[in-house]
Every structure is written in C-alpha cells, then in structure tokens.
Design a protein around this ligand. Structure first.
Ligand SMILES: NC(=O)c1ccc[n+]([C@@H]2O[C@H](COP(=O)([O-])OP(=O)(O)OC[C@H]3O[C@@H](n4cnc5c(N)ncnc54)[C@H](OP(=O)(O)O)[C@@H]3O)[C@@H](O)[C@H]2O)c1
Length: 330
C-alpha cells in the first residue's frame, strides 16, 4: 500500500511517499481503507519530537523521557503519522461483530498513529464509530481526536446550563470541539484564539471571542464558572480573579506546578484547579456522532491535500494561517 513515512525527525520535507506492506486484521480487528486524515497537533509534534525542548513539552517533565521512548530517541519509532481518520471497512477479523465490510467509519488510533496510509487496522473495541451520515469523509476525519479529548476533559467540569465558560485555544483540535460541546451543555461560551481564527470560532457557535494578542481576558472584568485552557498558556494565579466562587480552572496541558495547585485547591479554597487526562473512548465518539447527526456539532475544513502532498499540508499548517482542519485525502 502507499503510505507517507518519515525515517528522520525534522521539517515537513522528511515526509515522503513509500510502499509499505498492507496490514492484515487479527481476529478482533477491522481493516479500514482510509479516505481522509487530518494534520493534527500530535503529527507536527511527533515529526520533530527529537527537538522538542523541556520548555516546549506541555506536560510534566518526568513524562518527556517515556514519550521520547514512544516516538524514538534518535530516529522515529512510529514511522507513519496520522492519529485519526475516516474511511470504509474493507475486511473484518473472524471475531468482529460491531462492523462489516462496506461500513463508513471514523476512528482514533492515538499515539500508535498510522493513518497517513491507504489502510489501517484497529481493534473493533477501539475508538471507532460509524461515520455521521451527514458528513463527508474529510469532515468526519477531523472529528475523533478533538471530540474524544474534549468530551473526556469537559466531563471533569460538570458544565450546567447557563454556566459561563471560557476556552483558551478555542480554534485548535480540542478547543473547537470544546466550544461546541459546551454550547450543547447549555453554557455561554467565550473562545480565546488568534486574530485570523476569530470568525472560525464564532462559526463553531461561540457567543464571544477574544483575540489573545489584543486582549487579556483576565483583565476585562468578566468572571466564569469554568476556564478551560487547552495549551496551558495561562496560569491559575492570573485566572483566579476571573473565576466565580466555586469556579474551575481546567487544564489539558500542565506542568508539575499545576499538579501541586490541584492538590492544594482540592484541600482548601473555593476555586479548583483540575489537571485532566482524557483517554481513548468509542463511547465519546458515538455520542458526538449523535450530536453531528442532530445538527449540533460541525467540522469546518480549511483545505485538503492529496496523500502525496502531506509535506505541503504540514508546511501549510505551520504557517499558522489555517482556519479549520487541514485534511490529507487518500
Ligand atoms: N490532557 C489530555 O488528555 C490531552 C490530550 C491530548 C492533547 N493534550 C494537549 O493538548 C494540546 C494540544 O491541543 P490541540 O490539539 O487542540 O492543539 P492545536 O490544534 O495545535 O491548537 C492549539 C490552540 O492553541 C492556541 N494558542 C496558541 N498560542 C496561544 C496563546 N498564546 N494563547 C492562547 N491560545 C493560544 C491556538 O490558537 P491560534 O491558532 O488561533 O493562535 C490553537 O487554538 C497539547 O499541549 C497536548 O499536550 C492533552
């Protein structure tokens, strides 16, 4: 099969087309012919993992070395990128009951990746769901990662109708899902992002948008029930004054200091810090599929590139111009 591989860490040009053996599904696995796979945050990170500094690493430092072992110390260990995809089931293992050949599906492969290819295999019990009937393959491919992560993370915040929610990083993979889920839960949502993506975040349903380069949301006098910072760009010290009593400061990216603040605020204080991890979940994907089919959740595509032009797609994402998902079509 055709696949985009990389055998050296580095700039987009390390990605090149190659022939790889087609995977064969085990008894409990499905073989999917990939139609589309987006360029996600994790793809850019993994492509250049060797050069990620401890400062750039958005998680507690003790996790950096294990992550280097996963992605490779000197050379990439995971040689085909792409953690999410949409496609058609081509074949199923003998024990598979949830899917059959011909089913249109979307799925999340997590850190093992592999979707920049004509075929992927994954366990039927993994994060795999039928593709929403009202979405194209390109639109559906951009759903799983953000949907699974945002559903898992927002579960920790127990959003209630009428809550005021502010999302920092609202234009990214997780943030764009979080905006739409928070709206579904009945919240009044403010999205913080860069100027080129303000309209995109509004189109996702945010009630208010803030350009982080022009306005400091911690100084505008507004208070929120939940501040959800995806990239961990803010700090609890700065955000505390913008939280209502019993407000939650939720982080998807955090360092050890934030973990200590979580412990401290668990014991004392009416404002809580929560550092949360979401795990792979087919249930979250099925839930978001139902929202999509009810017209409550969308996927906005900036542009598509053919598989052979994966390097160009990465280069484009790195320009910071994208307004929505950049998708590789296979
Ligand atoms: N806890 C978990 O379970 C979990 C799971 C997966 C990933 N993560 C973490 O989530 C992060 C990636 O999230 P993602 O995939 O959504 O990333 P992404 O798609 O690359 O989006 C990044 C977002 O951050 C925004 N941003 C950049 N600089 C900013 C600033 N100075 N102030 C405010 N916002 C800024 C960007 O806004 P503009 O582009 O508009 O400038 C964009 O909306 C990583 O740190 C990763 O470690 C956590």
């Amino acid at each position: 099969m055709k696949a985009i591989i990389y055998t050296e860490f580095g700039p987009p040009e390390v990605l090149h087309l190659a022939e790889k053996p087609q995977p064969v599904p085990k008894d409990s696995e499905v073989l999917v012919r990939v139609h589309a796979t987006p360029v996600a945050y994790g793809d850019l990170l993994a492509r250049n993992f060797k050069d990620v500094t401890s400062r750039e690493f958005n998680m507690p430092l003790p996790l950096l070395f294990p992550m280097r072992l996963v992605f490779g110390l000197r050379k990439p260990k995971v040689t085909i990128l792409g953690s999410e995809f949409a496609g058609e089931v081509e074949a199923v293992g003998s024990a598979v009951t949830r899917f059959k050949p011909g089913d249109q599906v979307m799925g999340y492969l997590g850190q093992r990746m592999g979707a920049y290819a004509e075929y992927v295999c994954m366990a039927e019990s993994g994060s795999l769901a039928l593709k929403p009937a009202n979405m194209s393959y390109a639109e559906a491919a951009a759903v799983p990662y953000g949907a699974i992560m945002a559903t898992g993370l927002l579960r920790r915040a127990n959003i209630q109708p009428g809550h005021k929610v502010l999302i920092v990083g609202a234009s990214g993979g997780i943030g764009s899902a979080a905006v739409q889920l928070a709206k579904h839960y009945g919240a009044e949502v403010t999205g913080v992002c860069g100027a080129p993506r303000l309209d995109y975040v509004k189109a996702l349903g945010a009630d208010h948008v803030v350009d982080y380069a022009r306005e400091d949301f911690t100084r505008n006098g507004e208070t929120y029930d939940l501040i959800f910072d995806v990239l961990g760009k803010s700090s609890f010290a700065r955000c505390k004054g913008s939280l209502k009593s019993n407000g939650i400061y939720l982080l998807a990216s955090f360092k050890t200091k934030a973990l200590l603040q979580m412990l401290r605020t668990k014991i004392a204080g009416d404002k809580k810090v929560i550092c949360a991890m979401a795990s792979e979940s087919a249930e979250s994907l099925v839930f978001v599929k139902s929202l999509i089919e009810a017209g409550e959740y969308k996927s906005i595509i900036d542009c598509c590139f053919p598989l052979e032009e994966a390097a160009k797609a990465h280069r484009y994402v790195e320009t910071g111009q994208k307004k929505g998902s950049v998708v590789i079509t296979v």
